[in-house]
Design a protein around this ligand. Sequence first.
Ligand SMILES: Nc1ncnc2c1ncn2[C@@H]1O[C@H](COP(=O)(O)OP(=O)(O)OP(=O)(O)O)[C@@H](O)[C@H]1O
Ligand SMILES: [Mg+2]
Length: 245
Amino acid sequence: MAIPLLEMRRVKKRFGALDALRGVDLELYAGDVLALLGDNGAGKSTLMKILAGAIAPDEGEILFKGEPVTYHNPGGARALGIEMVYQDLALCDSLDAAHNLFLGREPTVPAGGPFVDRPRMYREARRALDDLHIVVRSLTTPIRFLSGGQRQSIAIGRAVTFRPKVLILDEPTAALAVREVEKVLTLVQTLRDQGVSIVFITHRLQDVFRACDRIAILYEGTLRAQRRVEHTSLEEIVDIMMGIA
Ligand SMILES: Nc1ncnc2c1ncn2[C@@H]1O[C@H](COP(=O)(O)OP(=O)(O)OP(=O)(O)O)[C@@H](O)[C@H]1O
Ligand SMILES: [Mg+2]
């Protein structure tokens, strides 16, 4: 068995009196698309925010290629190649797609200087989106006018500009129309083909069986089961998620 790219071991997190994570072990393999499932409040976002360096665990460890690593902020996770697209996207609605892709890192003239190099920024934004087959006709329209699927794609595109090895997507299809869901699933396949390992948090089980390789199920802060998709069924997954199996 290959060494996992990433391993979380006995990870615990409390919020006041609430045990959000009660000692979770999770593995992610290179090139895997891992579906992270569980009911509302099961601890999915919390576990992944810990992996992304956005919150600190109370206990437990993270191993990268078998070696223990510690980091205390998203920058530390980013240095290892771990990026997360958050459930609430964290985009700037009043800015356009290009600005959102490069927020805080806009190319400037002179290099490092005070003025944004707009032609270069729009050129690079177009190229970044094209590489992912993301269609956004106008890069200069404030993104609040774009569809939910386009906004999701831009949030993913932004994460991809950091060239991640591991990309965590927290419910990327939750608010989308059917056709837009298809586009996001295609984007996941594109990224996987480019060698990115993906954690895909979702409630849409039908997508899991199409887009994912493995499934991990959280139940009230514990890891209940892991399965390869070909070794399980929708019925079994539902039973485990509801605490029946
Ligand atoms: N910052 C916080 N402060 C207090 N409680 C929190 C905080 N973040 C999460 N929780 C609680 O921890 C538990 C796990 O939350 P989490 O957001 O990880 O669940 P989830 O599996 O992502 O749920 P959902 O499917 O609704 O997104 C919940 O009971 C939640 O209310
Ligand atoms: Mg969540």
